[in-house]
Design a protein around this ligand. Structure first.
Ligand SMILES: *Cc1c(COP(=O)(O)O)cnc(C)c1O
Length: 435
C-alpha cells in the first residue's frame, strides 16, 4: 500500500507501533539475538515462512525469530527506506560493500557474464575484477560516452552474450559525476535477455542519495546504497541497503541470512535517527554545493568543474540529467591548474573542510581520487575516465556556504603562493588554539 504522505513526514513514525514498546515515542534498540515464541505452534509457523515452506496467509507477517533473520530495528528501517524509492522491499546490510557483493553473488553464477559501467567504486571494481574473475565470472566494462550500439557490439564480440546475467551501473559515477542512461541499460537487457534467462539491472545510487533519483522507476531491478554516506550522514557508521520488488529482495535476503551480513540493531537505530533529517540535510548540502560550484567555475586556478548543476545544455549528459535527476546533488569534482604538487598544497591548506575519504556527511570532506580512493585503478583506466593528478573531489556538508567558499578560496590562493605549506594537522591545532 502506498502511503499518502511525503516520505519526510513519515520518517519519524512509519513502521513503528509505540504500543508494542511500552509506549516509547522512539523505537528502543532491540539489543537481543533471539525472540521468545508464544507456543511451539507459533515457532513452527514462523519457520515455515522464513524457509519458504509455504506461502504467507492473508495479512500474515513474518514473526520475529533470530536477529540474523529479522529484528525490529532492521524491519522498521527497511520499511522507511522503501518510502524514498517507492520500493516494495528493502534489505539492509552491515556495509555498502556487503550489499553490493551479496547482490553480485546472488545474480551471477560461475560461467555468467557481467556488464558494468566505468568507473565504479574502488571496492566494487576490485570485487568484480579479482574475486568474481577467480570464480569464473567474466566482466565487460563500458564508459558513459559509449553508445548502446557500441556496448551491444562489445558484448557480442565477447562470444558469451548468451551468458549475460547482470548489468551493474553506478550513476552518477564516483568521482566524476558521469551519468548512465537507465533506459539504455533496459534496452540492452531486453536485447540479450530471453524468456528463460532474464538479464537483471542493478544501480548503485549512493552518489546521488535516495531523494532525487529513483532508478527503480526507470526499469532498474535493484537499487543499492552505501548507507554510510548520505543516509547515515554523520560519518559515524558503516551500512548498506538494497531495494527492489518482492521477488528480487527475497532472493537477496535469503543469501543475507546465510552470509550473516545484516546490519546490527544499534546501527539500524542510528540510521533511523539519521533518516529523520535526511531531507533537510541534503537540501542544504545541495544548495551550498550550487554556490560552491558557481564560485569554482569562475576561479582562475580551476580549469574544470564536474558538477551536475554545470552541465552543457546541449550535451547528452544534460539530457540524461533532466530525465533521471531532480537535483544536481552535493558532490563536486574539479580540476585545479597544476598537478599532484599543487593539488596537495591546496588540500593541506584547508582549515574547515576535512581531508578524508567518504562522502555525504554533515561535515564537508575532500580528497584526491588519483592517490586516494582510486589509487588502485590501473593508469590507463584512470586516464580514460579522467581521474587525473589535478582532480579533487569535494563532498559538501552543512556548514555555512560562505565559510566553505572562504576556506576554498584561501587554500587556492595559498596553492599558488610562496608561503610554506603547513599540514592540515598543524592548521587544525592552530584553529583550536585560536578558539
Ligand atoms: C562508499 C561507497 C561504497 C561502499 O560502501 P561501504 O559502506 O563503505 O561499504 C559503494 N559505492 C559507492 C558509490 C560508495 O561511495
Amino acid at each position: 500500500m502506498k502511503p499518502s504522505m511525503h516520505p519526510e513526514s513519515l520518517m519519524m513514525s512509519y513502521g513503528y507501533k509505540p504500543e508494542l514498546s511500552e509506549g516509547a515515542a522512539k523505537p528502543p534498540v532491540f539489543q537481543t539475538s533471539t525472540f521468545v515464541f508464544h507456543s511451539a505452534e507459533e515457532g513452527k509457523a514462523f519457520f515455515e515462512l522464513a524457509y519458504g515452506l509455504r506461502k504467507k496467509e492473508q495479512n500474515e507477517e513474518q514473526g520475529l525469530i533470530y536477529s540474523r533473520i529479522n529484528n525490529p530495528n532492521l524491519e522498521i528501517l527497511e520499511d522507511r527506506l522503501c518510502l524514498w524509492d517507492q520500493a516494495e522491499q528493502c534489505a539492509v546490510f552491515e556495509s555498502g560493500m556487503s550489499a553490493i557483493s551479496t547482490v553480485l553473488l546472488e545474480f551471477l553464477k560461475p560461467g555468467d557474464l557481467l556488464l558494468y559501467s566505468l568507473p565504479v567504486y574502488g571496492g566494487t571494481d576490485h570485487f568484480i575484477t579479482h574475486f568474481l574473475k577467480d570464480i569464473g565470472i567474466e566482466s565487460i566494462g563500458f564508459r558513459s560516452d559509449q553508445s548502446k550500439e557500441e556496448i551491444i557490439e562489445m558484448v557480442r564480440q565477447s562470444g558469451r552474450s548468451d551468458k549475460l546475467a547482470l548489468i551493474y551501473v553506478e550513476s552518477p559515477a564516483n568521482p566524476t559525476n558521469d551519468l548512465i542512461d537507465f533506459e539504455m541499460c533496459r534496452e540492452i537487457a531486453h536485447h540479450f535477455g530471453t524468456a528463460e534467462k532474464r538479464v537483471y539491472i542493478a544501480a548503485d545510487n549512493t552518489y546521488m542519495g535516495p531523494l532525487w533519483s529513483h532508478p527503480l522507476q526507470f526499469g532498474v531491478d535493484l537499487v543499492i546504497y552505501s548507507a554510510t554516506k548520505y543516509i547515515g550522514g554523520h560519518s559515524d557508521l558503516i551500512a548498506g541497503a538494497v531495494l527492489g520488488n518482492a521477488e528480487v529482495i527475497s532472493r537477496v535476503k535469503t543469501l543475507r541470512t546465510f552470509l550473516g551480513n545484516m546490519a546490527s540493531p544499534h546501527t539500524c537505530w542510528l540510521l533511523l535517527r539519521s533518516l529523520e533529517t535526511l531531507k533537510v540535510r541534503m537540501e542544504q548540502q545541495a544548495r551550498s554545493a550550487q554556490q560552491i560550484a558557481a564560485f569554482l567555475c569562475e576561479h582562475p586556478s580551476v580549469s574544470k568543474v564536474h558538477y551536475l548543476g554545470c552541465l552543457e545544455p546541449s550535451s547528452k549528459s544534460y539530457e540524461i540529467y533532466k530525465r533521471q535527476y531532480e537535483s544536481p546533488g552535493a558532490m563536486i569534482a574539479f580540476e585545479i591548474r597544476g598537478g599532484e604538487k599543487e593539488a596537495f598544497r591546496f588540500l593541506n591548506h584547508l582549515r574547515l573542510i576535512k581531508l578524508a575519504v567518504s562522502l555525504g556527511s554533515t561535515e564537508s570532506l575532500i580528497q584526491h581520487p588519483a592517490t586516494m580512493t582510486h589509487a588502485g585503478l590501473c593508469p590507463e583506466l584512470k586516464a580514460k575516465i579522467g581521474i587525473t593528478e589535478s582532480l579533487i573531489r569535494l563532498s559538501v556538508g552543512v556548514e555555512h556556504p560562505e565559510d566553505l567558499i572562504s576556506d576554498i578560496s584561501t587554500a587556492l590562493d595559498q596553492m599558488l603562493g610562496t608561503k610554506a605549506a603547513f599540514s592540515q594537522q598543524e592548521n587544525c591545532t592552530a584553529l583550536e588554539i585560536s578558539g
